[in-house]
Design a binder for this molecule. Structure first.
Ligand code: NAD
Length: 396
């Protein structure tokens, strides 16, 4: 298949590009390198020494003989180029990762909030609009988030659609399937709930074939392909804005920092290993929805953990101490999370679990590159609610 990967230089996009190319697909990636620029803005860098994109692509060619084409393009701001590219390439599938993906960054300040909304919604709108305008019948696979469900309101979270019982217009009791009520917990998550509505509309109105993967927190860094050569290494974010919770704990343990648990640690999150992420995307593109099928939604996660339990697991493995800190997020101190993920399991996903041996690989990586860590950037500084002077406080 011809596959276009938007955001193909990122943490999930790069290993996906390698994996799909390795599987024999003809891959082109697009990225505006905004993630690398945000690192510069924040004064941090991936713990792993990621190579410039050209070095990455040349290394892949040298090692495997396979070519991945790359275009430097802003999907949110260069609509005409995007449309022309989709028209020229006529891909069978487009995988869309090209969004600002950190919840803490999206809550940092007005500029980050506005950037996240403008970038994410314009990127999604542009790719959908370009598909309609060109008439290219590509299957769009989008990386969404489990965060669109909030905590699921104490319900078992279905794969996107909830069956409800309501009265029809004649007053008879009837069952309907509706999109699960969105309940975003940050500006970033809010953009993902709005993406869902864009997908709903373009699917209903234009018949676009779309799969939305509601992904859990990704852990790990290496996949089979990124392990092949140091120049292919994947990024490893450990800072308070972009570091995902488990990677951050393992990093903290490696440099002798306490494991910083925000709040009680009773928050439950859904997780998936990066190797399973790339496999799920491959399965999604191999199983495209049929014409006139509604938007397909899969919960792309393999297990749930309480943040405090994770810290305990890492502490037992490494001896690191646990330190509870105030929670900068506006969320319940504790929650349960019960998630249905049968679709990807039925397609053949064999989950990589946290109890497996891969935790040690990340500890090794964290230790190998520990001298690249800037301790001062580990702790999260974004606040969900900004302290204000009394005269400037809003209604409540
Ligand atoms: P990332 O920031 O590492 O990668 C995103 C890539 O998209 C970056 O390379 C960035 O430069 C690029 N990009 C952003 N805006 C762009 C634009 N307008 N034009 C072109 N390129 C653009 O993030 P990631 O961790 O790889 O996440 C990828 C997707 O998966 C995101 O949409 C994210 O919401 C979703 N996701 C990630 C996680 C996770 O734990 N990492 C969890 C759930 C969902």
């Amino acid at each position: 298949m011809k596959v276009l990967i938007l955001g193909g230089d990122g943490f999930c996009g790069w290993p996906t590009a390698l994996h799909l190319s390795g599987q024999g697909h003809d891959v082109t990636l697009i990225d505006n390198l905004s993630r690398r620029n945000i690192d510069n803005e924040l004064g941090v860098a991936s713990l792993t020494p990621i190579s410039p994109i050209d070095v990455r692509l040349n290394a892949w060619k040298q090692i495997t003989g396979r070519t991945i084409a790359a275009l430097h393009m802003d999907v949110a701001r260069e609509y005409d180029r995007l449309e022309a590219t989709i028209d020229r390439l006529a891909p069978d599938a487009i995988v869309h990762f090209a969004e600002q993906r950190s919840a803490p960054y999206s809550m940092k300040h007005a500029r980050a909030k506005r950037y996240t909304v403008e970038n994410n919604l314009a990127a999604t709108q542009n790719v959908l609009c370009a598909l309609v305008e060109t008439g290219v019948d590509a299957h769009l696979v989008h990386l969404g988030t489990m965060g669109v469900y909030g905590y699921g309101g104490g319900l078992r979270i279905p794969e996107g659609y909830l069956t409800v019982e309501v009265d029809d217009s004649a007053g008879a009791r009837t069952q309907r399937e509706i999109m699960f009520p969105p309940d975003p917990g940050s500006i970033y998550h809010m953009t993902k709930t709005q993406d869902q509505l864009l997908f709903y509309f373009y699917n209903k109105n234009d018949g676009l074939r779309i799969t939305d993967l509601h992904q859990g927190v990704v852990w790990g860094t290496q996949t089979r392909e990124t392990r092949l050569d140091e120049r292919l290494i994947n990024r490893f974010d450990y800072d308070g804005d972009y570091g995902t919770v488990l990677n951050r704990f393992l990093m903290q343990a490696a440099v002798g920092h306490d494991l910083t648990v925000h709040g009680s640690g009773g928050q439950t999150r859904a997780f998936i290993h990066i190797q399973d992420t790339v496999r799920c995307i491959e399965m999604a593109i191999d199983n495209a929805p049929k014409r006139n099928e509604r938007v397909r939604i899969y919960n792309q996660m393999t297990e749930t953990w309480r943040v405090g339990e994770l810290a305990k697991l890492v502490s037992e493995l490494t001896g690191a101490a646990i330190c509870n800190m105030p929670n900068p997020r506006r969320e319940a101190a504790e929650n349960d999370l019960c998630v249905d993920n049968a679709c990807l399991l039925d397609l053949g996903l064999e989950p990589t679990t946290l109890r497996g041996s891969l935790l040690n690989e990340i500890i090794d990586i964290a230790q190998r590159y520990a001298d690249r860590c800037d301790d001062s950037r580990i702790v999260a500084t974004s606040q969900w609610v900004q302290p204000r002077e009394p005269s400037r406080q809003l209604g409540r």
